[in-house]
Design a protein around this ligand. Structure first.
Ligand SMILES: [Zn+2]
Length: 102
């Protein structure tokens, strides 16, 4: 049964920071990928945490930015679109006939 020691943790941490895949780290130190990811997560060592946080938040906001308003092709109501590919309001999108209609 694998258990973390200071040595394996330091080693895994270094590899993880270098961008080595968790599955490879796991192989090297003799545990599972999930164990490595869980350990890194609990120690807040996500590779995306510090340097790219601002960028990530920015693209998230951009992605969900209101695109505009248009009329639903199914029920003819005006609704908010979030991308130029939106053709139907969300109630219509969730209806069962949405797929067969398109
Ligand atoms: Zn609709």
């Amino acid at each position: 049964m694998f258990s973390w020691t200071e040595d394996t943790f330091v080693r895994a941490k270094q590899l993880y920071k270098q961008g080595v895949k968790a599955s490879l780290i796991a192989e090297k130190i003799g545990t599972t990928r999930n164990a490595v990811l869980g350990k890194m997560y609990r120690n807040k060592l996500s590779t995306k945490s510090t340097s790219t946080r601002r960028h990530t938040r920015h693209s998230y906001a951009t992605h969900f930015k209101k695109y505009g308003e248009s009329k639903c092709l199914l029920c003819n109501k005006t609704y908010t679109t979030y991308s130029k590919f939106d053709r139907f309001c969300s109630p219509c999108k969730s209806r069962d006939f949405y797929r067969s209609t398109i």
